[in-house]
Ligand binder design. Structure first.
Ligand SMILES: [Fe+2]
Length: 391
């Protein structure tokens, strides 16, 4: 039987957060933000999709307005790879820049953080896998997210694909918290629909995993529940009416609130498992979370069903006549309904995962830092069982 670690009401909580600039048109603050950080030359990390959407041109204009020179590097792919980080670092060193701006989705932002880590800590990015392995302060970071789910613009997390072991390596530590996060909901409009669905479900996963985490606190709970409510209220609307600015602002705030929650409460088994599948098969992070989350919720309900009652309520479940356990299961069903509504496949098998993959994926999951804050201890056999249920 799995053991359960009780949450202590007397525990002291810390809450780390960057300076946040939020709102329609916030991108125009980027030049001033860089100036506040005493930038003399800016290194912009982005990707070809953002360049094509025109956001890089707008950012460059704002840097021109404050007479700041910049160098652009856009060699990032989804699930950023160790060798891409190394190439970006070489480009950064040659640039002579002293402040880094990440303009894009979670992959771009994680790559920007990793380049910053190498610039002052040396070595290879995978040397820093784990908790608090980055010991030297990194260059100032300004992060500008273009999707509605990453949270990396706020978080002390950086996730990089280890292309040799074919897993995702998670780096965690206060050194990785960016200086300034700029969220402009306008940027969300140019995401492809499938990325909107995936990153929205990622934000939902951040909110739910943070709320039930062993490291959750009253300071994180309020942000976690707000994120869950905002995704529940707005994600479908952004799919049905892509130009609805209120819904986009709701999802931008959802991503932000979820990031505030999970960077401080950390995550759980859904992320520990999805990192392994994403690293092995180069699949979209948010889609994997959308498939895995309901299964992990049912597993975790065995340890802390009462924590899922507010989650269920926030998702619109009428809990009055339900036991805590049934409320947790209803919340899991509601998450699956939302995943269905935005076109997420039913199972991992639809994404190319096979039964033969499960043993190795489960072994790798045990080594992921996100598993430590999952509210229920999970053995390799139990993780395998969740993977089989999600197949
Ligand atoms: Fe995530």
């Amino acid at each position: 039987m799995s053991s359960v670690v009780a949450r202590s009401p007397d525990r002291v909580s810390k809450f780390l957060v960057p300076e946040i600039v939020f709102g329609h048109g916030a991108l125009s603050e980027a030049g001033f933000a860089a100036r506040r950080l005493d930038a003399r030359r800016v290194f912009i990390v982005t990707d070809p999709g953002i360049v094509e959407a025109g956001w890089l041109t707008e950012l460059q204009q704002h840097l021109d307005d404050v007479d700041l020179p910049y160098v652009v590097w856009h060699g990032v792919t989804p699930n950023p790879k160790d060798h891409e980080v190394a190439a970006g670092h070489r480009s950064y060193r040659e640039s002579g820049a002293d402040v880094i701006i990440g303009l894009g989705g979670g992959s771009v932002i994680d790559a920007a953080k990793a380049i910053a880590v190498l610039s002052t800590n040396g070595g290879q990015i995978l040397d820093y896998e784990g908790v608090d392995r980055v010991t030297q302060a990194i260059p100032p970071l300004i992060m500008i997210p273009s999707t509605s789910g990453t949270g990396a613009d706020l978080s002390q997390f950086c996730v990089i694909t280890d292309t040799v072991r074919r897993i995702k390596a998670t780096l965690i530590g206060r050194a990785l918290v960016p200086n300034i996060s700029i969220t402009d909901p306008r940027l969300l409009v140019t995401m492809p629909e499938e990325l909107n669905a995936a990153t929205g479900l990622d934000a939902l996963t951040h909110g739910i995993e943070a709320y039930v985490s062993r490291a959750a606190s009253p300071l994180t709970d309020v942000h976690a529940l707000t994120a869950i409510r905002l995704v529940s209220d707005n994600l479908l609307q952004t799919m049905d009416l892509p130009e609805d600015t209120d819904a986009r602002a709701g999802m931008a705030q959802a991503s932000l609130e979820a990031g505030l929650a999970f960077t401080n409460a950390i995550l759980g088994a859904t992320h520990a498992m999805s990192h392994q599948v994403g690293g092995a098969l180069d699949l979209p992070h948010g889609v994997l979370n959308g498939v895995l989350l309901p299964h992990v919720m049912r597993f975790n309900a065995g340890a802390c069903p009462e924590r899922f009652v507010p989650v269920a309520q926030t998702l619109g479940v009428s809990v009055d006549r339900l036991s805590a356990q049934d409320a947790a299961y209803a919340a899991a069903d509601r998450v699956r309904e939302l995943a269905d509504s935005v076109g997420v496949p039913k199972g991992l098998g639809d994404l190319g995962v096979t039964a033969e993959d499960i043993d190795q994926l489960s072994i790798n999951t045990l080594g992921d830092a996100c598993l430590t804050t999952n509210p229920r201890d999970a053995s390799q056999d139990e993780i395998s069982a969740i993977f089989r249920a999600a197949l």
